[in-house]
Design a protein around this ligand. Structure first.
Ligand SMILES: *[C@@H]1O[C@H](CO)[C@@H](O)[C@H](O)[C@H]1NC(C)=O
Ligand SMILES: *[C@@H]1O[C@H](CO)[C@@H](O)[C@H](O)[C@H]1NC(C)=O
Length: 729
């Protein structure tokens, strides 16, 4: 700004003096008093109150007394009164604190001008006081903190503008320099523009890493050119912005986990925790399986957000004993890390042993020797180690045992000889048990049949047979049935019966009996006659039909039972003897009880059938004789009548005790006389009477003679023909 010294051009510039009324009044006064003089002083600001600037009286060429007399005074302008005059000595002194920056701001030249008036005559003086700057202000920033945001990926050399400091002082008293504390990341550069204004900039010296340090605080100091310089400071906060420059990271490359099989669904296997040193989205990690087989997805679930690996399917050691998975952890920026998870499955005893019968003879013959192999059994357990160790047993009380010829294979062999007739089939229960805890077992029952071998001979029901057959049986009658059984079965038990050939009284037994080879019924081949053959015996063989056949023999004794088929035969008196023999002489003197004679009869039968009794069935004088019923003795029953000769005739019946009984009769004749001679004529007469059929005897004699002749002729013919046959050789 230019300062005009002409009174007409006076303009009041002082920033704080803006009293319009005062200006108007002053200008009016100037119009009437165009006399003026100018005084010029120079002071520094901030001088002490009362400090003399100059001597007005002297400078105006006036006496000190004159000042008072002529009423010298400074035209007051409002409240602001920088200077005043001491009327006693004429000194112009500082009336109040003068701050250049307050009065003139940034103006290079700061002048306060004011008027002084003296009267008688009236004079108007312009007094100008130039105020020199002193360094009374320190640089300052508009704020105490200043924030700068920078990406951690910013390259070294990047510039960051900073705030300028302000210092109202002038020239060198204003801001001259900036400083920061030494720092490896940032350096300070001061830029000077065309107007010469300095502004500070930070220059990035070294790449930043948010993950190491995400905030820097730098104190920027602004210095002015005073001596000593004054400073102002500001805190510069440098906030490092994240860049996705860090990979997620698992805390291990490989996780090894052991997991029981049959672990329930939902079990938390592993909590993965990958760390990404970045922040925000750059640190947001998503987990996923990487290149794992499809089946694994149904076994394990990996939570993409929180990294928990849990079981969602069956864990079966027998299917897989180890899982190897690769897991990827990826942040939102696409950076990823991988880790491997090895899950070893621990076996549990969840499989019962399996029994496989590799080969099995369902039937073995009963004559199989001990140690015959019956089956080959394979046992297997899907579990491993102890859980898969299998021991095999068979049911007790069977004549078999298990032999372990090689791992997992058992031979089932017989221990003893077998007998189908005792036990024809065995249910052999094979139990396989593993060694796990709890122990699991499996049963398998095989039915072994023992086939028949012809090792049992037929056995007759009885040790021997006694068969009673009544005589006179019709030829071909079945007289008995005998039965043998065989413990074997089927063909081995098919029995045929036969009579072992032998002779009975030099006649083959086959002409006596015949046996039905199938039914065992014995038939009589002839009619038996007890009186000829009372008993005989023969042997029957029962033979089974397999070869070689086995046989048993049994003795059959046939006892012929008597039947009453023979009539008693009277031996005495012989019915055959003619004439006198039939007569008995009884002397007159014979008394009651006299034994006349005795009838003797025999019976070819036996027993009751031969038990004879005698009865008198015809008598001229029944009371005269009686007969002993069992003795056959004929005695006189009463005293004989007194007569010269008496002829008596009785018929005696000899009867057996059979049913029906048979009997024979004989006729006895008695002659009662004084002596034997007297009796003879009687006897002769009797004989001729009784011989009623002489012709019969005659014919009998003739026929016997004829038969004898025929016999002799026959014998001769046979002898001659034999003789001829002998000659022809
Ligand atoms: C063997 O088992 C079968 C079938 O269960 C049964 O019919 C048979 O009676 C059993 N045999 C023995 C000798 O226990
Ligand atoms: C039965 O008798 C027959 C003929 O005498 C003989 O060959 C066979 O050995 C006998 N059987 C027995 C078991 O004695």
């Amino acid at each position: 700004m230019k300062i005009h010294s002409s009174p007409m051009d006076i303009k009041i510039i002082a920033g704080k003096i803006r009293d319009l009324e005062w200006q108007v009044a002053f200008l009016i006064s100037l119009l009437f008093h165009p006399i003026s003089a100018q005084l010029h002083y120079s002071i520094v600001e901030e001088m002490k109150q009362g400090t003399a600037i100059g001597n007005i009286a002297k400078d105006l060429g006036l006496n000190v007394e004159e000042l008072s007399l002529r009423k010298f005074h400074i035209v007051s302008r409002g409240r602001m009164q920088c200077c005043n005059v001491n009327l006693d000595n004429g000194d112009l002194y500082i009336a109040e604190r003068i701050d250049r920056e307050e009065i003139c701001g940034g103006k290079q030249t700061c002048i306060i001008s004011f008027e002084a008036v003296i009267e008688n005559p009236l004079h108007l003086y312009t007094i100008k006081v130039e105020i020199q700057d002193v360094n009374d202000n320190m640089p300052s920033f508009s704020t105490t903190h200043f924030e700068i945001v920078i990406s951690e990926s910013a390259l070294p050399g990047v510039r960051l503008s900073l705030l300028q400091a302000q210092d109202p002082d002038l020239g060198t008293n204003s801001v001259q320099d900036y400083k920061i504390a030494a720092n490896e990341y940032f350096s300070l550069r001061i830029k000077v523009n065309k107007e010469g204004i300095k502004s500070p900039e930070l220059i990035l010296e070294k790449a930043l890493d948010r993950e190491r340090q995400d905030l820097y605080e730098i104190i920027l100091s602004a210095l002015d050119g005073g001596k000593p310089p004054k400073t102002g400071t500001i805190i510069i906060k440098i906030i490092v912005l994240d860049v996705n420059d860090n990979f997620p990271q698992f805390n291990k490359d490989t996780y090894k986990i052991s997991l029981n099989e049959n672990t329930p669904v939902g079990f938390l296997v592993l909590q993965l925790n990958a760390v990404d040193e970045d922040e925000g989205l750059n640190a947001q990690i998503t987990y996923s399986f990487q290149d794992v087989p499809e089946t694994l997805y149904s076994t394990f679930h990996l939570d993409p957000n929180n990294g928990t690996l849990s079981v969602i399917g069956d864990i079966d050691y027998e299917v897989t004993d180890r899982y190897e998975l690769t897991v990827k952890a990826k942040d939102s920026g696409g950076l990823a890390d991988h880790c491997k998870i090895i899950i070893d499955i621990t076996d549990e005893n969840d499989n019962a042993p399996e029994i496989t019968i590799t080969s099995f003879s369902a039937t073995i013959p009963e004559d199989s020797p001990p140690s015959t192999i019956i089956a080959l059994i394979n046992v297997h357990d899907l579990d491993s180690e102890q859980n898969g160790e299998v021991v095999c047993e068979i049911s007790e009380n069977v004549p078999f045992q298990l032999i372990l010829p090689s791992a997992n294979y058992y031979k089932l062999v017989s221990i003893t000889n077998l007998d189908r007739e005792k036990i024809s089939s065995y249910n052999i229960t094979i139990t396989a048990m593993d060694n796990g805890s709890p122990r699991l077992s499996t049963n398998n029952t095989v039915q072994l049949n023992i086939s028949d071998v012809n090792d049992n001979p037929p056995v007759f029901e009885k040790g021997s047979y006694i068969v009673y057959v009544e005589e006179n049986n019709p030829q071909g009658t079945s007289i008995h049935i005998i039965h043998a059984s065989d413990h074997d079965i089927n063909e081995n038990a098919k029995i045929t019966y036969s009579v072992i050939s032998s002779n009975i009284d030099s006649i083959p037994v086959s002409s006596y009996v015949f046996i039905n080879s199938v039914t065992g019924v014995i038939y009589a081949q002839r009619s038996f006659d007890y009186e000829l053959l009372r008993e005989f015996q023969f042997q029957v063989m029962a033979k089974d039909s397999e070869s070689p056949p086995l046989s048993s023999n049994v003795t059959v004794r046939i006892c012929i039972i008597d039947k009453n088929d023979n009539a008693p035969k009277i031996l005495y008196p012989s019915p055959d003897t003619e004439g006198s023999a039939l007569f008995e002489f009884i002397p007159h003197s014979a008394e009651k009880g006299y034994l006349v004679t005795k009838v003797i009869a025999v019976d070819a039968d036996s027993g009751h059938n031969a038990w004879l009794s005698y009865h008198l069935i015809q008598a001229q004088e029944p009371s005269l004789f009686n007969i002993g019923q069992y003795t056959g003795e004929i005695r006189i029953g009463r005293n004989l009548p007194d007569m010269e000769s008496l002829r008596q005739r009785i018929v005696v019946l000899a009867k057996d005790n059979g049913v029906p009984s048979l009997s024979s009769t004989v006729t006895l004749s008695f002659v009662v006389a004084e002596n034997f001679q007297q009796a003879i004529p009687e006897i002769k007469r009797q004989a001729s009477n009784s011989d009623s059929s002489p012709n019969v005897t005659f014919y009998l004699v003739v026929s016997i003679a004829l038969i004898s002749i025929v016999f002799i002729v026959t014998v001769m013919i046979v002898a001659i023909s034999k003789f001829h046959a002998g000659m022809s050789f």
